[in-house]
Design a protein around this ligand. Structure first.
Ligand code: ADP
Length: 390
């Protein structure tokens, strides 16, 4: 009966062994196969080059004494793959390849065959570890480049979109504000509708742009002392816009006596706008409220956006903060949306050293809370804000 060979877990590494001695090729292959590596063998330079494919071979072990091997062939391999690990194997008589040569050919080391298999395995382990490290570095660099290209593309597209949007918004404003020839009521309503839609589109474009910046790690936050009461006018105007066709009241309940928070004013408004546009979108009647109060032992402020809308089942409370994720039910789908608002809000809160949480239940409305630090008493003027890079 044939003996069953013990199966070895594949390591995922491929090693090319090049040696003109058949017995060395076989013993090295058997030794390394036991470690789970995939082994390719070549008995001359031509065979080695035919078998070598960049990114598929992680390590090449080359016999130092084969004619041409340590020079021409190693150079040809290096040219094809600047990162592959290369080890030399020397003979049994203690020959040492000169350091200068190792450096000029970028060879990671050499193994003296007289030192035995354990030593070779050690070299192989070290070389493969380095191969993994180099691959990770390369992948991180590639990812970074891709993210920068994406950010560059999104920035360009966003700017191209923002220009016509600003023109639409600007002309709408001129038409609505023209007191010399006031518009008929119906035309006024139609232009206000255009204005709302254009503003909403600008908000979405800005969300995309912010997200791309965070992805490419180019987002900066300028922390300063922000007095929440100063935001009231802007927020109320926004809510007039968002709730225009709805039987939903808006309530601003923020005491002017509350200490200022440490935040980037513009990013704070982006977070609030995301909370508020969701609150307006998912609420058909009742009210949307903004409240704020001191929390913890007075070092933090909690800003709450509460609505009396459809609510969110507990199993979705974490999921909705993931990019492109929405509560998956036909009722929610009917409201549309991109699924980036809350993911962006959480990332912006992180950058400002804040936190976001949600309390909600189906049919019971939702409360989104943004917790921010109280600004230090020795408040910096806005122009001397602290810059942090994401
Ligand atoms: P979008 O609103 O564009 O879909 P968000 O990331 O802002 O993206 O929100 C993700 C999902 O969380 C929404 O699609 C919705 O399912 C749920 N959600 C967010 N805010 C509310 C809210 N106030 N009431 C009910 N559901 C909400």
């Amino acid at each position: 009966m044939a003996r069953k060979r013990a199966t070895v877990e594949p390591s995922g590494f491929t090693i090319l062994v090049v040696d003109d001695k058949e017995e060395i090729l076989t013993s090295t292959r058997l030794l390394l196969e036991k470690e789970g590596h995939r082994i390719l063998t070549a008995s001359n330079g031509e065979e080695a080059l035919a078998l070598f494919h960049p990114d598929q071979v992680h390590l090449v072990i080359v016999d130092y004494f084969m004619p041409e091997m340590s020079g021409v062939v190693v150079q040809a391999i290096r040219q094809r793959d600047a990162d592959v690990q290369i080890l030399l194997q020397t003979g049994y008589s203690g020959e040492k390849p000169p350091r200068k040569m190792l450096r000029s050919l970028d060879i990671q080391g050499y193994h003296d065959k007289s030192e035995g298999p354990e030593r070779l395995l050690l070299w192989v382990d070290v070389a493969l570890k380095e191969a993994v490290h180099l691959k990770q570095v390369k992948e991180t660099e590639q990812l970074k480049t891709q993210l920068l290209i994406k950010e560059h593309f999104l920035t360009n597209v966003s700017h191209e979109m923002r220009t016509p949007l600003s023109i639409i918004l600007g002309y709408s404003e001129i038409l609505l504000d023209d007191t010399s020839s006031p518009l008929p009521a119906q035309a006024r309503q139609q232009i206000e509708r255009i204005q709302r839609q254009a503003d909403n589109l600008r908000f979405l474009v800005n969300n995309f742009l912010d997200l791309a910046k965070i992805g490419a790690e180019t987002m900066t936050v300028a922390l300063q002392a922000v007095c929440l009461s100063d935001l009231q006018g802007e927020v109320e105007e926004l809510m007039r816009f968002l709730l225009v066709d709805k039987a939903v009241a808006f309530v601003w309940q923020v005491s002017a006596a509350l200490p200022a928070v440490q935040a980037d004013r513009q990013k704070l408004l982006v977070i609030l706008r995301n909370f508020l546009s969701n609150a307006a979108k998912f609420t058909e009647r009742g009210e949307v409220q903004v409240m704020a109060a001191l929390a913890g032992s007075g070092e933090e402020v909690e800003i709450k956006v509460q609505d009396s809308g459809i609510g969110i089942a507990p199993e979705y409370h974490e999921l909705i903060f993931e990019l492109f994720r929405q509560v998956d039910s036909s009722s929610t789908r009917h409201f549309g949306g991109t699924g980036i608002g809350l993911a962006l809000a959480r990332k912006l809160a992180d950058l400002m050293g804040g936190e976001i949480a949600v309390e909600s239940a189906p049919g019971m409305g939702s409360t989104f809370t943004l917790k921010l630090k109280v600004a230090p008493v020795a408040v910096l003027p806005a122009s001397a804000s602290v810059l942090h890079t994401a």
